[in-house]
Design a protein around this ligand. Structure first.
Ligand code: PHE
Ligand code: CO
Length: 292
């Protein structure tokens, strides 16, 4: 789920679902293009890998009803994921028609700026390899299952798709301003671990939760985590944990709200953030509006 950056990326916190990885980068970076993309080579997957994908898929799809948001489910179902590891070109044909986004295969984590440049051009980098059997329940880095199952369906939502592009452009800017620490938290608490309020109750749109067999239930059902109404500055001040379930989730009312709240220029916000202390991942502020 998290993308353990830091070796290639800027120091410390990296954007997106980057966490820090203690074991260095995984993947074969020897034959990529300058923008870090490679070809998927679908024929190179073995039957054991397709079979592992199908088991991951069957376990996860059971957990989706009543937990994932509606737009996610609607986009996921026609993708044919039950058959095995998808071909990028098949998903791209649909995704291109829906929102103009395109998936590009990468060897694994990519440097911050490379990642932002892809997003800004409506290209989503997807790790092509699948986790091994020992990582069936938990994997630190994004693999092909996390990226396809967690991220791809949300790219079919036009507003969310625009948000991702804007995030990429904002990332390029934040990189130049030395503000990635704050912007990375926004990715974490929205794209990876975001919740949304619906008439049926709180639902998930964050990919880190949607591709996790255990957090998917905890995030919406457990009384333990705090579910706080979306607050941009609060999020950018909040540290996060990459080694445990989140103690705080942030809940949006709509994707329009998310897009609009993040549209203004962040430069003055970064200046203010530089004067404010970070908040612990489990901080409880009196002004937090809790969502039940
Ligand atoms: N509006 C932000 C800025 O000016 C960019 C951004 C958009 C960041 C959407 C995140 C999400 O920096
Ligand atoms: Co991710």
């Amino acid at each position: 789920m998290p993308r353990g950056s830091s070796t290639l990326g800027s120091a410390g916190t990296a954007p997106s679902n980057y966490g820090q990885s203690s074991h260095g980068l995984r993947g074969d970076y020897s034959r990529m293009r300058p923008d870090y993309t490679v070809d998927q080579d679908w024929s190179a997957y073995g039957e054991a890998e397709h079979e592992r994908w199908r088991r991951l898929y069957r376990r996860q799809i059971e957990l989706v009803p009543g937990r994932a948001c509606e737009d996610y489910v609607a986009a996921l179902m026609p993708l044919g994921y039950e058959a095995g590891i998808p071909r990028f070109e098949d998903v791209n044909a649909r995704l291109g028609r829906a929102t103009g986004w395109r998936l590009v295969a990468v060897p694994g984590l990519v440097p911050d700026l490379v990642f932002f440049e892809h997003l800004a051009a409506r290209r989503f980098p997807v790790t092509w390899w699948i986790r091994d059997e020992r990582e069936f329940d938990y994997i630190v880095e994004p693999d092909v299952f996390h990226d396809f199952f967690g991220h791809v369906p949300m790219l079919f939502n036009p507003v969310f798709a625009d948000y991702m592009e804007a995030y990429g452009k904002g990332g390029i800017k934040a990189h130049g301003l030395g503000a990635l620490k704050w912007l990375a938290r926004l990715y974490w608490y929205t794209v990876e671990f975001g919740l949304i309020r619906t008439p049926e109750g709180v639902r998930i749109y964050g990919s880190g939760i949607l591709s996790s067999p255990s957090e998917i239930d905890y995030a919406v059902v457990s009384p333990k985590p705090r579910r706080v109404a979306f607050d941009l500055m609060r999020i950018m001040r909040s540290q996060y944990r990459i080694d445990a379930f989140q103690e705080t989730y942030f809940v949006i009312d709509s994707f329009d709200q998310l897009f609009e709240a993040t549209a203004p220029d962040f430069t003055p916000l970064y200046q203010e953030l530089a004067t404010l202390p970070d908040l612990a991942a489990n901080a409880a502020l009196p002004e937090d509006r809790l969502v039940s």
